[in-house]
Design a protein around this ligand. Sequence first.
Ligand SMILES: *[C@@H]1O[C@H](CO)[C@@H](O)[C@H](O)[C@H]1NC(C)=O
Ligand SMILES: *[C@@H]1O[C@H](CO)[C@@H](O)[C@H](O)[C@H]1NC(C)=O
Ligand SMILES: *[C@@H]1O[C@H](CO)[C@@H](O)[C@H](O)[C@H]1NC(C)=O
Ligand SMILES: *[C@@H]1O[C@H](CO)[C@@H](O)[C@H](O)[C@H]1NC(C)=O
Ligand SMILES: *[C@@H]1O[C@H](CO)[C@@H](O)[C@H](O)[C@H]1NC(C)=O
Ligand SMILES: *[C@@H]1O[C@H](CO)[C@@H](O)[C@H](O)[C@H]1NC(C)=O
Ligand SMILES: *[C@@H]1O[C@H](CO)[C@@H](O)[C@H](O)[C@H]1NC(C)=O
Length: 754
Amino acid sequence: MKTLFLLTLTSTLFFSTFSQEASVSSRQTNLETYIVFVEKPENLLEPNLHDWYTTFLPETTSSLSSNQPRIVHSYRNVITGFAARLTPQEAKAMEQKEGFISARVQRSFSLHTTLTPKFLGLPRRPTKLGAWNASNYGEGVIIGMIDSGIKYDHASFSDKDMPPPPAKWRGRCAFNGKQTCNNKLLGARSFVSTADRGTDLPWEEIYHGSHTSGIAAGCPVDGANVFGQANGTATGIAPRAHLAMYKACGDFCDEGDALAAIDAAIDDGVDVLSISLGPPRPFPFYNDGVALGTFRAIQKGIFVSCSAGNAGPWASTVINDAPWMLTVGASTIDREVRATVKLGNNVELHGQSLFLPKDFHSQQPLPIVDPAATGKNESAAFCAKGSLKNIDVEGKIVICQIGSEGTEDMGQEVKNNGGAAMIVLNYQPGGYTTFAYAHVLPASYLSYRDGLVLKDYLSSTQSPTATISFQGTLIGKSSQTAPRIASFSARGPSLQSPGILKPDIIGPGVDILSAWGVSIDNATKPFKIESGTSMSCPHLSGVAALIKSAHPDWSPAAIKSAIMTTAYTFDLNNNPISTEKNVSATVFDMGSGHVDASRALHPGLVYDIEPDDYIPYLCGLGYSEQQVRFIVQRKVNCSRGITSKPEAELNYPTFFVTLYTGDQMTYTRTVTNVGRPFSTYFSKVSSPEGVAVEVVPSVMRFKEVKEKASYTVTFTRLDDNVTRSSNVGQGSLVWYSIGDDGYKVLSTIVVVFV
Ligand SMILES: *[C@@H]1O[C@H](CO)[C@@H](O)[C@H](O)[C@H]1NC(C)=O
Ligand SMILES: *[C@@H]1O[C@H](CO)[C@@H](O)[C@H](O)[C@H]1NC(C)=O
Ligand SMILES: *[C@@H]1O[C@H](CO)[C@@H](O)[C@H](O)[C@H]1NC(C)=O
Ligand SMILES: *[C@@H]1O[C@H](CO)[C@@H](O)[C@H](O)[C@H]1NC(C)=O
Ligand SMILES: *[C@@H]1O[C@H](CO)[C@@H](O)[C@H](O)[C@H]1NC(C)=O
Ligand SMILES: *[C@@H]1O[C@H](CO)[C@@H](O)[C@H](O)[C@H]1NC(C)=O
Ligand SMILES: *[C@@H]1O[C@H](CO)[C@@H](O)[C@H](O)[C@H]1NC(C)=O
């Protein structure tokens, strides 16, 4: 059985491009959970679905079977089919049944982890572009979280001042006894089907779901901090939106459970789905539970925000990359919890630590020891458990490299052997990304480059020394510019749909403070700082809720377009957004750029997509009619030239064009005016080097709101005797209006030269 992963970063870094597919042994020998796809007879009514699914089961249940029911989940929305515990022989035998299409063993998914509202530009002085004003904090919108459960009684989920549920809400609350939901947390249910994933109550064991829920829609909580750091009012992005928890995960999530959770959320009437989990690597959309389930969601008008995954910084690691999802990468915010290492030669290196020891004498230089240099034990470089026992670290600052050990475990090993403090050295792919961890002893997490400076110093002297001083929370004057792409944030281009630019957007995902289930610092209101695309995804779910609240009639694609075309690509110092390597980010690192929540409410124009528009796109991917049918859940005809179109023809808010020598390609886009009536938009192109870009018409005039207009863009590959530094070119097309509104509708252009 394979697993889906929650997309929080643990303090352990992954070295492999994709984390290993967790192999989950079935507790019953031979019985595994299969996702079974079947074809519905025309005349079958929905209430009979479960009974009909049962007819596919083996008539003679084998001796291996237990008392557990064979059918784990009967799906109503996400697919025509069910999840069932079967032996391989039984699954094979089902192939003979009328209406059977296919069956495969489910995968395992992983989960991918406050100041952030401010960083997104939300609480502004009253201007007409301010996203937070008296009438819009996400009111009336329900965000469905597919996650690991929720600590229902956390202060972030109090319903003080919350209005009652919207009339459309049809969900329920499935806690035990006195535990209840409220006007903030409307519903909570568990779809976890195996005991090793946690209880069947929507209660939270790992707190991932509480953290993500708090980011999306937590209510304001004063004095939120960890160890006194990042102190302030913790607030979700849409503090007046409602939440509904659909628990599908413990440490991991089974695909069948995640599908059941999405299935229920669709029935319950949520407006936004927030999915911070995903498969271990990308799969074709017809074979990917998240892609299948979320297509049904967007057919019902539900917006879907997904984490891009934590397998960065390597290329083509992005998951959750179907065009109907918003695929969210992660970047830093302008806050650090600084721990400065001052070397014996007076060079200062600014690292981070969440733990600020009170009794550590920062003025007193201590000797530094690099266990790697002692040659006594290979794993001592990483301060692995038991590796420092024969090394003299007593009273010293010990250097530990990021490897497969968690930073807390490294610190514990140093502490156990009498070390006074620890310097964590980032590994090379981690670049400039540093994390504020709650270490068990005085410590500082340094960037890879600062690590090199430290190593130079070590080799320059016989008796290296340093001090570490703890400066606490710094906001807006970080030594690192922000936003910067996080090292772990998964990168494009997409493997499943190389003609659609992914990720779509980046949002805050490094050192994010949000609700936690237990206190790690004896605080009365438990909060924790976590990192991952798990954390950036719910920021965008919250932004989507704000837009949905202001514009209830906008489709998921329109909301997505609004977010993407208003994104920014410059950091707080007005330099192009950079990556963990301190080089300019490419479109494969950040998609359209960093979300700007205020501007996203007022995009001027949107690129809308109807669910059926994905059919020619899916046919164009080369999927068979059967495979397309899996996704859209009805018969399709992929006849060439009629219903099959190249990816670049999808009405997406970005352009991804492949040009062979001498190629000229023309694509059409249709925009809808959602700004003012009687407005005029002018086009401005920044052509990628070596390409001529022509937009026709170059001016568009609208008389009414909701009016549509189409234009074409022709890309012509120019002289090919130029030597290119790269086979990828970047540019942009902006439609801007003149006047008070000053709308700027930006589409990123990517050209690949073949
Ligand atoms: C956090 O800030 C509040 C004021 O906003 C203050 O009353 C409180 O003492 C601070 N807590 C810490 C631990 O700094
Ligand atoms: C080397 O480190 C490992 C832990 O990775 C430990 O088990 C082993 O005992 C150490 N060997 C020596 C000689 O210290
Ligand atoms: C929390 O309180 C317990 C009991 O008073 C104490 O032993 C522990 O050290 C405290 N933890 C922190 C992080 O302050
Ligand atoms: C607040 O936002 C709503 C929705 O975007 C808008 O209709 C309203 O005019 C805004 N109010 C103010 C005072 O800016
Ligand atoms: C990052 O790069 C910029 C420009 O290339 C440079 O000015 C800056 O000093 C670099 N930052 C660090 C921390 O090295
Ligand atoms: C698909 O459409 C084409 C053109 O309209 C038609 O010739 C063909 O028979 C159709 N195929 C199916 C399976 O309906
Ligand atoms: C490109 O170079 C080839 C030979 O290297 C030459 O024959 C051709 O004319 C050149 N094309 C242009 C447009 O300069």
